[in-house]
Design a protein around this ligand. Structure first.
Ligand SMILES: [Zn+2]
Ligand SMILES: [Zn+2]
Length: 822
């Protein structure tokens, strides 16, 4: 007979105590009690129609939370607003309230809702349709919408839900069919707007400007009933919590945006533990005579924690990044449990994306009844399964953003009870930093969503699209912002636009081909060889890294191995296979400075932002065991070199300052290299990016700077905003980098501090202690020069240097010498 009881209910603190007891040295670096919070309901705004209030009441919403009402009031008064509050804080109501009130009050008004995915749009459609409001006729309009329905939607729907891709490919080029809808557009809702970051975000920023342009155009048409009022829709954005959401939303829309950030919704309490797996005893000497020191892998640690919690009778969910990793965790936990009590292992399972609906329901049932106590899953679970009654959540490795962290942690907690969440650090500088700096997780967020609409590689194709939609006028150049005139000139020169007295005209019959999500060269198709099925595409820039022959390629949690990559055809042939290793490409890189945009002169130290040309070539890849991280072998690759013009941040130090700080000349290359790795690893703390978005180069003498230099650059043509953010927050960013290295308990450097998984030089040379000295010199001199960039304070903007145009420091009194010639 199966025991259907879920086991004794343990207080989270008690469970945590028992988990810690099993370790000789305490792996817990911090325990945060996130207290339960009562919600702050307020009255409905006076303008909210009774019909709408009644509809919300039928759904169980009897009053809005204060932050919802505040955002709604601002939007209803015509102010562009971004709501940046936690997961499940009711951001939908904040935009539904003003948008639907307006639709009910004005029978002609329309609303356009944008979601990053079709699934989210479908979700929101259900929510709005469920309110059953007369005359709103909500409808999704995307690639799946049958042709036959499209015209009806354009004519009759007043709440259209779509995505930026459809707006770009379908709605804006076909604006003539949408003139009635756009002329009457009252609100544009941009949901999950933090997902519009980097190059994709920069494209979306211009799609929104194109939308505003068409609205204004139709708003000017004679004979319009609602004189002028609908030509400038109000933007209502929803974002995950982030650093400076108003600036990010402002860049995305090109409009001044007010942020509402205080979350007043209720939540259950969570005991949140930060867990650092112990360092293993050194295993050296390795073949090259270096001591190899690593931490116990986060996967093993998570598997043990899962087994221990299940043995305690606690319902536990473990989030693991890859599907293969989730299976390793489940298998190890099962084995450990079976060793203790034969048969107990059956109460742990791995959850895979792609489960059928019935399978998911069965899983939910088993967990609910306690047949199953432990589950290891990728974050695919967030989408498909509705789990209730979990007591503990284990998060294997920093999930990349605070939003994901809270989304995963939020899975725990039976109906308002206290729950336990544990973040298990991986061997990675950012994970290490976070478990030692809880204030970065639980304090005020600093990671900002960054994008760079002035990127010429984005601006020019977007202006081509705009010109195709309707000729560009000089006034439009202001709308598209910095760099627009130069981009238009380059399009004229290339023969894409023709200048006439009335403006710039698109010269071709066909539409310009621009993919919002494609970055850096033509995308490469990933094709399953045996079936000919197209699995997806990878942008040209990443293909060398991700799709080289022999690469293990993950697609929606399923693992494939690449048989061949044909760059001429833009196609990689793969077969499904789950080897127990992962692959890591290595490249060699050189870099030259093209121009300097801005810099800080700090005596022996210089901090710069500018354009650079990067030449890189993927030359080999390593195979590593998934469970242990052990390197199996390194295999050569034969791929062509690639050129990238992009934006970089770099710092230089005089050799004398290094000598004075006690860094011997022989250690300079290793010190700079180690500082570079850790700086790249920590940048996601300041901007929502990952390692793939950024590259780096360090050298004891660079021909362009004539000094020891560390470069960190955007890995996308024209830049994506990451280097710029790094420059604007350099003091905080480099301080965190310095602390991450100094606080790591290893002796000579490990993956938790200065080693990088994508180092083109096999992590050689690296000088850990000297890297700290290098960063101390940089920080001390920046401070002495009065540069405070990026030191967060409760009442100051993160970028005290920000000029009126954005996050770039002004060329003010801190700049004491002229900009060097390119
Ligand atoms: Zn270390
Ligand atoms: Zn390196």
């Amino acid at each position: 007979m199966t025991d259907h009881s879920p086991g004794p209910r343990r207080a989270p603190g008690e469970l945590l105590r028992r988990l810690r007891l099993r370790h000789a040295t305490d792996p817990v670096t911090h325990v945060e009690r996130v207290p339960a919070r009562a919600g702050e309901p307020v009255g409905w705004p006076g303008w909210a129609p009774a019909e709408l209030r009644a509809a919300f009441a039928r759904r169980g919403v009897t009053a809005p939370w204060r932050h919802q009402a505040e955002a709604a009031e601002l939007a209803y008064a015509g102010q562009h607003v971004v709501v940046a509050t936690g997961t499940a804080s009711g951001k939908s109501l904040a935009y539904q309230l003003p948008a639907l009130s307006t639709l009910l009050a004005d029978p002609r008004a329309t609303v356009l809702y944008l979601a990053p995915t079709k699934a989210l749009a479908a979700d929101q459609l259900r929510a709005v349709a469920g309110l059953e409001l007369d005359g709103v006729r909500p409808a999704t309009y995307d690639g799946d919408t049958p042709r036959a329905e499209r015209e009806w939607i354009r004519r009759h729907s007043r709440f259209v839900l779509t995505n930026p891709d459809m707006l770009h490919h379908g709605i804006l080029p076909g604006h003539a069919h949408w003139s009635g809808f756009l002329r009457r557009l009252a609100y544009v809702v941009v949901d999950e707007c933090h997902t519009y970051r980097g190059v994709f975000g920069s494209h979306v920023a211009h799609v929104l400007r194109r939308l505003r342009r068409q609205c204004a155009r139709f708003g000017r048409l004679p004979g319009q009933a609602l004189a002028g009022s609908r030509s400038n829709p109000t933007f209502l954005l929803a974002s995950a919590t982030s650093g400076d959401p108003a600036t990010a939303a402002g860049r995305l829309t090109g409009l001044p945006v007010t942020a509402v950030t205080e979350d007043t919704s209720p939540r259950g309490g969570v005991t949140f533990a930060l867990w650092e797996p112990p360092l293993l005893p050194p295993t050296g000497p390795s073949p090259d005579d270096d001591l190899v020191q690593i931490r116990r892998s986060a996967l093993r640690e998570t598997a043990d924690l899962l087994a221990d919690s299940v043995a305690e009778g606690v319902r536990t969910l473990a989030f693991v990044r890859s599907r293969r990793g989730a299976e390793v965790v489940a298998a190890n936990a099962r084995r450990a449990l079976d060793e203790a009590v034969p048969g107990l292992g059956d109460r742990v399972a791995a959850y895979r994306a792609g489960y059928l609906r019935e399978e998911r329901r069965e899983l939910e049932r088993a967990l609910l009844h306690g047949d199953l106590l432990g589950l290891a899953s990728t974050n695919a679970l967030e989408l498909g399964v509705d789990l209730v009654g979990l007591d503990a959540v284990l998060i294997c490795g920093w999930p990349g953003t605070r939003a994901s962290l809270w989304q995963q942690a939020g899975r725990a907690g039976r109906s308002g009870d206290e729950a336990l969440a544990v973040l298990v650090a991986r061997d990675d500088p950012l994970d290490t930093y976070l478990v030692h700096h809880p204030e970065a997780l639980f304090g005020r967020p600093v990671e900002a969503t960054v994008l760079d609409p002035a990127n010429p590689y984005v601006l020019a194709p977007q202006l081509a699209c705009a010109a195709h939609e309707s000729p560009l006028t000089p006034a439009d150049l202001d709308l598209f912002g910095e760099g627009a005139k130069e981009a238009v000139d380059s399009l004229v020169e290339a023969g894409a636009l023709r200048q006439r007295p009335t403006g710039w005209y698109w010269r071709h019959r066909e539409r310009p081909e621009v993919d919002l999500r494609g970055e850096g060269g033509a995308p490469v198709c990933v094709v399953e060889e045996s079936t000919g099925r197209l699995l997806g595409t990878v942008d040209g820039g990443s293909a060398h890294f991700l799709l080289h022959t022999g690469a293990v390629y993950l697609h929606q949690g399923v693992s494939y191995v690449v048989d061949s990559l044909d760059l001429a055809d833009g196609c990689a042939l793969v077969h499904a296979e789950e080897p127990d290793w992962s692959t890591h490409a290595r490249d060699v890189t050189s870099l030259s400075v093209v121009s300097v945009r801005s810099y800080v002169d700090a005596g022996p130290v210089g901090l710069f932002l500018g354009e650079v040309d990067v030449t890189s070539q993927v030359v080999s890849y390593q195979r590593r065991r998934i469970a242990t991280g052990e390197v199996i072998d390194t295999r050569p690759l034969d791929l062509p070199a690639r050129e990238l013009r992009t934006v970089a941040v770099w710092f230089t130090l005089s050799p004398e300052s290094l000598t004075a700080a006690g860094v011997e000349a022989a250690d300079v290359p290793g010190a700079l290299h180690a500082a570079e790795h850790a700086a790249i690893g920590l940048l996601p703390l300041m901007a929502t990016c990952d390692r793939w978005d950024i590259g780096g180069l360090s050298t004891a003498l660079h021909p362009d700077t004539e000094a020891p230099t560390v470069f960190v650059y955007d890995g996308h043509p024209g830049g994506a905003g990451f280097a710029e953010r790094a420059y604007g927050t350099a003091a905080a960013w480099l301080r965190a980098t310095r602390d991450a290295i100094a606080e790591c308990g290893c002796e000579t450097g490990c993956p938790s501090c200065v080693q990088s998984p994508k180092c083109g030089n096999g992590n050689n040379p690296l000088a850990k202690a000297e890297a700290v000295k290098v960063l101390d010199v940089v920080l001390a001199n920046l401070a002495m020069a009065g540069y405070a960039g990026g030191v967060p304070s409760p009442d100051a903007d993160l970028e005290p240097e920000a000029g009126p145009g954005g996050a770039l420091p002004r060329q003010g009194d801190r700049v004491a010498r002229p900009t060097p010639a390119p």
